[in-house]
Design a protein around this ligand. Structure first.
Ligand code: XMP
Length: 510
């Protein structure tokens, strides 16, 4: 299988580089520079190498360096940002640092005549983030692009197929970044571009089979797409040596628990233990209405139930998790303020003892995970399920959680989802659900006064869930949902639509 090596020097966009390469149907794998040598690279048979950016200066002795022999392997190399400077440095060029030459953000650059810039206009916008710059290109290289501040925005040695760009072609702000990467992959490295998600599945299954041979693996299923895909992938590799525990806390959406059991268990043969722990959760939550306290109780109880089940299973060597790449970035984000104590299965290892953790999706983005799910035969509805928080309806029932309030929320949510889906606008909405207010309001039904419950419908549109806008759902859709909810769910007398974005609100109500 043809593949590209993304040699990681510690830059922040490394996964994005790999992602952009995979987008062009060429497999890319990221390897830390310290784990590779020119010899091991040559042995792997890469079609090309990309040196990533990094936070360092090549003159700093502590900064990552690499054996210059890598430039003599005959494999095309593209250096990006720090990778570009490092390549210049390794080949005998000069790097300088000057605050006056710093460039951050969108910058216009002028491209010269080079195979790297085929189809790129002479002037276009790139994305820069640097202080150091290449002040003299190495012998055999020529400057192929510049900006007002940066005399060498790109360089090349066509004969050895070595290229360096000071800017970041992988970020979307770089107008012709995709074209530049395409030129490198296809025209310079000679890739065929025949990689498919099926290849990822096949390779992962093979590697997992080797890595997990003779081991017993436990996976916590949350019902979300990530843990489902991870479980099915591992199941394909090691069959019944994988056991999945699905803790049903009684705060799932309508029919959700059964659907997961049916789709993964009965259809795909994954070994699932479903623990119906509703009563346990509800008794712990009785009388509690403070949102953070509710979240903490649900999170903790989840761990207790999971631990008890794991103990019953006897020897378990490995914990499997559906961590995906954005989780990896977010968990490394440091000490930003806790807005809500998020709960998901990612919280488990800190309280449990496992020899090993396996995270087969940690380099994939959400849409890639979905593509892998489809490839593995997971039903479309499950793969395209909208995100659902770990604490479930528990944070959509405001105030104290009771069985009655959960049931109302579950029914209202099912109706609203059906209406959104049958209106054909599902793909325009990122998340849509019903929540239940703690407040009652007066109504009239028949000729009698009522004092019933209030349902809130929420639909948001967002790319990353860090910020979100409320979705302009057509009145007719809201009208149908509202009348079905009040007509069919006993005790509901009022339906509201939430027109607040995030910030100032959050997506969930608690
Ligand atoms: P908020 O309410 O923080 O939600 O604006 C942003 C996104 O995160 C989901 N969410 C959670 N997901 N565990 C999860 O796995 C949680 O505790 C949790 N709380 C919120 C929410 O559904 C939305 O997609």
């Amino acid at each position: 299988m043809e593949k590209i090596l993304v040699l990681d020097f510690g830059g922040q966009y490394n996964q994005l580089i790999a992602r952009r390469v995979r987008d062009q149907h060429v497999y890319a794998e990221i390897r830390p520079f310290g784990k590779m040598t020119p010899e091991s690279i040559a042995k792997e048979g890469y079609k090309g190498i990309i040196f990533t950016g990094g936070p360092n200066s090549v003159y700093d002795p502590a900064s990552p360096h690499f054996d210059p022999k890598v430039l003599e392997l005959g494999i095309p190399v593209l250096g990006i940002c720090y990778g570009h400077q490092l390549m210049a440095w390794m080949a005998g060029g000069d790097i300088e640092s000057a605050a006056a030459s710093s460039e951050y953000g969108r910058i216009e650059f002028t491209a010269g005549d080079s195979p790297l810039f085929k189809g790129v206009p002479r002037k276009s916008i790139c994305w820069m983030s640097h202080t150091d710059y290449v002040s003299r290109v190495p012998e055999g290289f020529s400057v192929i692009a510049s900006t007002d501040q940066c005399p060498c925005a790109a360089m090349s040695c066509d004969e050895k197929r070595l290229y360096g760009v000071q800017f970041h072609p992988e970020v979307t702000h770089c107008q012709f970044g995709t074209q530049i990467l395409h030129n490198f992959l296809f025209d310079i490295c000679g890739c065929a571009g025949d990689w498919k998600m099926a290849d990822f599945v096949e390779t992962s299954v093979r590697e997992l089979r080797e890595q997990l041979a003779g081991k017993r693996v436990l996976c916590a299923l949350s019902g979300g797409v990530d843990s489902s895909v991870a479980a099915v992938l591992i199941h394909k590799a090691i069959g019944d040596d994988l056991v999945c525990v699905f803790v049903d806390h009684g705060m799932m959406r309508k029919n959700e628990g059964d659907e997961i059991e049916r789709a993964l268990g009965r259809r795909l043969g994954v070994n699932i233990i479903r623990v119906n722990a509703k009563d346990r959760f509800l008794s712990k939550l009785a009388g509690v209405s403070e949102p953070e306290k509710k979240r903490r109780i649900i999170g903790e109880e989840f761990i207790r139930v999971f631990e008890e089940e794991a103990r019953k299973l006897g020897r378990i060597d490995v914990l499997a998790q559906g961590t995906i790449y954005p989780d990896v970035i977010e968990s490394g984000r440091g000490d930003s303020a806790v807005i809500k104590s998020h709960h998901n299965v990612g919280g488990l290892p800190s309280v449990m003892d496992f020899e090993e953790i396996v995270e087969p999706l940690r380099y994939l983005f959400k849409d890639e995970v979905r593509a892998a799910g489809i490839e593995l035969g997971i039903p479309h509805e499950l793969v395209w399920r909208q995100p659902f928080p770990g604490p479930g309806l528990g944070i959509r029932v405001t105030g104290e959680i009771t069985e009655e309030k959960l049931e109302i929320t579950r029914e209202a949510d099912a109706i609203f989802r059906e209406e959104i889906e049958s209106s054909g606008m599902r793909s325009q909405v990122s998340q849509y659900f019903a929540a239940l207010l703690d407040a009652r309001s007066v109504g009239v039904m028949g000729d009698a006064r009522t004092y019933g419950r209030t349902v809130v419908l929420r639909a948001v549109t967002t790319d990353d869930f860090m910020t979100a806008d409320w979705t302009r759902v057509p009145y007719e859709v809201l009208e149908r949902a509202s009348s079905r909810i009040t007509n069919t769910i006993k005790g509901v007398t009022r339906v509201l639509y939430d027109v607040t974005s995030k910030p100032p609100a959050t997506v969930e109500w608690e």
